[in-house]
Design a protein around this ligand. Sequence first.
Ligand code: AP5
Ligand code: ZN
Length: 224
Amino acid sequence: MRIVLVGPPGAGKGTQASFIASHLGVPKISTGDIFRANISQGTPLGVKAKEYLDAGQLVPDELTIDIVRDRLSQPDAVAGFLLDGFPRNVAQAEELDEILADNGVTPSSGKAYLDVVLDLEVDNDEVIKRISGRRLCRNDSGHIFHVDYSPSRDGAVCDICGGELYQRSDDAEGVVRTRLEVYAAETAPIIDYYREQGVLTTIDATGEVDVITGRAFAAVDAAR
Ligand code: AP5
Ligand code: ZN
């Protein structure tokens, strides 16, 4: 199954992505995680991407699209995948369709190369609360905590693997506001793009994490 998660920063994409990917038995591919791993390793890509992440701006398409093209060509992604954080604008959405066409995917109902695009809906006040309290594990980007909503036992290390918890540099309030503006101006238009393809499902992403996971499973199961 080929699925894309979309939603504003802090909507809970990363939190839900691992559950949905395991449920479907497909790899989770997060462009944000790929950029952060390259930044922490100091690769040439990481050096170029860092200034954009720190400013809350999108990394240029010419750097982003080739990464996704390479990743989707790997054997584990041929039968399906979950993309978190890509596409991020209409040009990337069009490129994704081209990549899938090049990989031999046949569009359903004439034009949809994806099975479902899950839009996680949450308002800006909730986003600010979620992001300001977020803590991440240095060992595994899927180990996500929140100081109030899902605290780790001692607040400093990950309950799952013992890794050090840290706060993302782009989670500073000023940068979060820029990310929300960029989302509204550049990313929100892909919602119409996928609505027109007939693959968009919007779910209410407020409430308990496991309740939202249940809504997400119901949405993806309905599209299978
Ligand atoms: P990216 O890493 O994709 O970040 P984002 O889209 O801004 O999303 P976040 O990771 O901030 O939030 P999330 O929705 O995953 O929320 P989470 O589950 O962590 O992108 C970062 C940057 O990389 C971009 O700004 C850009 O520079 C670059 N980039 C990435 N992809 C790109 C692309 N395709 N093109 C160009 N540039 C690109 O949850 C947030 C918090 O809330 C956590 O603390 C969590 O514990 C908590 N929480 C989750 N669910 C709930 C709940 N139900 N109730 C209460 N708390 C909850
Ligand atoms: Zn961990």
